[in-house]
Design a protein around this ligand. Sequence first.
Ligand code: SF4
Length: 510
Amino acid sequence: MTIDERIISKYTFSVPRYTSYPPVPYWKITPTAQQWLANLTLDQKDQKDQKDQNQQEVQVQVYVHIPFCHALCPYCGCYRVHLPSGTVDNQLQLIDNYLDDLLREWTLYLDALEERDIDIRKWKVQMHIGGGTPNILSAQQLARFLDSFFRDKKGHKIRCDYGSIEINPTYLPLNTNSKAATDDDFFQVLASFGFKKISLGIQDFNPHIQKIIGRNHSADLIEDLVVQIRKQGFEAINFDLICGLPGQTLFDFNYNIKQLERLRPDSVAYYNYAYIPTHAPLQQRLQEFAMMDDKDKFSSQIFVAQQMQSLKYLAIGLDHYVLQDDRLANAYRQGKLIRNFMGYSVGTNTSAAGVPTSIGILGIGASSISSSKKYFVQNHKDLAVYHQSLMAGQLAIARGHTRGDLDLLVDTIIQEIMCYHQVSNLNVRIEQLVSLSQGELTDTKLLQRLDDMQKDGLIELQYKNSFLRVTALGKFFLRNVALAFDYLFERAQRKSENDLQQGVEFSRTL
Ligand code: SF4
């Protein structure tokens, strides 16, 4: 693939990552807790009815956020909290208190379901535990939390259909004191509760890059971990890596690819580094290290994509590579791949048009985001505020959004682009966009934008077949292709009407 600097500079700017539509900075009209619960259970009730009619499974995705970290890595932009120094007993107690809050929040959901006569034992729950550092929990804490979580109010077991967890390999093993468990015990607990996937946050295998970003895990340590995880019978191992970290050069990618070839994880998320120092002030500490320019970043992304292809990985969505028999590869082939706040996963819910949707996430924990078809809500980030709300018997909702028909239509289009690199029924959708936006979007404007991207080689348009296909080049600018349909981004760009919340930025395309 040739590198055209004009294309790089034209399409490299701050763009949403589209893990939701609308993205968080555009949110407005926060639902009340009552509205949120009523609508969420209504969505689930619809699925239940659908199950009765079609014999389909009722599934719900649960995201659990563990915000604590042993140390704060300077490159990181996640919501996380430095575990205060003190005795290990004190630290474990603080984590225990937080786990109690998580269970209080979950109980509020169980109460709401019970009130509406929905039997959670008929659900198949898919849980993802993220952070922060989920493996900051001891094995005993993890077991206590999962055992309480996967029970209804009468103590009956709830089914865990699929579980995945993020692990920071720097802090394994977990035997930090005599009371805590070993990493073996930690993985055994996960396996016993139906967890199938372990995601290792490696970021970069090169020791000199790890030093810059505050990590310390050799390739040998990762290999030991992979052996151990496989021995426990987990279905899948994912590696998270980052392209564009401070200090990285094109040469560093060779070493990373060699490790992927050697260790062969089931999937790899090779993210583009989200450098937003105004949002994540610790990133300012990294300014002394050279960052690749856009051209080198683009070259490294091309290198990674080509190498992953030669290693027989399938490229799906944005930045994701999966082995051909991985669960996400099957979902991609079957049209069940979805993108939401948790990244890519397998969807079972479908829109009226039969397209997989991102509805139905319960986000548990400080800062967690939940979604139903109509609403988004996000919990308070402040641990004290989160705790106080739950102690008062209330969900800790800090903000949210109420989606209208136009939002849902744009969401469906963007899902298709971000998962499958295409838009089907293009002509109909353009008509619907123009009609629902009541003049804000015109077909002339939309078609001009699409034609322009076609001339630049990012997409191919077949108006006759009502189809848009993202090209190999366009896959590196997938967010830009999605942007063409994002009426709120365009509205925010117009100076006269600034919908963006103060101080929020998106990461750059490259
Ligand atoms: S990268 Fe992970 S371990 Fe490091 S600060 Fe961020 S969340 Fe914590």
